[in-house]
Design a protein around this ligand. Structure first.
Ligand SMILES: Nc1ncnc2c1ncn2[C@@H]1O[C@H](COP(=O)(O)OP(=O)(O)O)[C@@H](O)[C@H]1O
Ligand SMILES: [Mg+2]
Length: 254
């Protein structure tokens, strides 16, 4: 069993899009996948075309009112289940803050699923802000994957995440946490900027950067509004091919 958190403290960099397409891609490749939507905005849930159901999220599990396994929802795709989110999860930050060992709660809530032989892979889509939920994901995960938008200050942003990971590793909550890799997203072949940012990141971070680059794609931006993955919405397009290639690289790195 592998648990990977898709994480970046910035919003709008492609976390949810990447989490959805790695999860769906790995499911397509025959892995039994659980996608955990840890963002109260619930974009991963709606991106897969699932309704937000009041009371169905990790929240009741965190406060001890439900079992994680009872929160699961099937997706349209074989081998892919989701632990959905809805707005209540926003309250988890506050509830957690009042509990003992708040940073361990998400890990404990997910533990029965992680040890469930029904799953090969757990992928966590994280909220953007550095709060208790995101930090809890760093404690719950074995590895993190960082989507980075090809724009100015990308390197500074990655530096902040690497520092955060180091801090977690030095504490006693998750010393074996490691970085699975950094994924360049929204790459625009027409701009020098994308190329510069990509060269910069590779120069500083070397092999930590995935070879596969996700291009900017209007189809990819449209797909979630139809509640579909890019594999369903535009299966023969370049974005679907890129995320499939990323999935292959992702699985080989695990
Ligand atoms: N490669 C891409 N090309 C074009 N639009 C994208 C791409 N990846 C994501 N988007 C769009 O950009 C927005 C932010 O992406 P999202 O995955 O939700 O980021 P995050 O989860 O980091 O906030 C969404 O509207 C999404 O559909
Ligand atoms: Mg998101």
């Amino acid at each position: 069993m592998r648990t990977i958190a898709v994480l970046n403290q910035k919003g709008g960099v492609g976390k949810t899009t990447t989490a959805i397409h790695l999860a769906a891609g790995a499911a397509e490749a025959g892995r039994q996948v659980l996608l955990v939507d840890l963002d109260p905005q619930a974009n991963a849930t709606s991106g897969l075309g699932l309704e937000h159901v009041p009371g169905k999220s990790l929240y009741p599990v965190l406060v001890g009112q439900a079992r994680a396994v009872d929160m699961l929802q099937a997706s349209r795709q074989a081998n892919l289940q989701i632990l959905p989110s809805e707005l209540d999860l926003a309250g988890a930050e506050i509830e957690l803050a009042g509990m003992d060992n708040p940073l361990l709660r998400v890990r404990e809530a997910l533990a029965p699923l992680r040890s469930d032989p029904a799953f090969d892979l757990v992928i966590i889509d994280c909220p953007p802000s550095v709060g208790l939920l995101m930090t809890s994901a760093l404690v719950a995960a074995e590895k993190i994957l960082v989507p980075v938008q090809c724009e100015y200050f990308a390197l500074e942003g990655v530096g902040k995440i690497l520092n955060l990971v180091e801090r977690i590793k030095q504490g006693d909550l998750n010393p074996s946490l490691s970085i699975l890799g950094i994924v360049l997203t929204m790459y625009d072949t027409r701009t020098r900027l994308s190329q510069q940012v990509s060269e910069d990141l590779r120069a500083h971070l070397g092999e930590q950067v995935f070879r596969t680059i996700i291009p900017r794609s209007v189809r990819l931006a449209e797909a979630p509004s139809h509640g579909r993955t890019i594999y369903e919405y535009d299966n023969s397009g370049v974005a679907a091919a890129s995320y499939r290639q990323l999935t292959t690289e992702f699985l080989s790195r695990l």
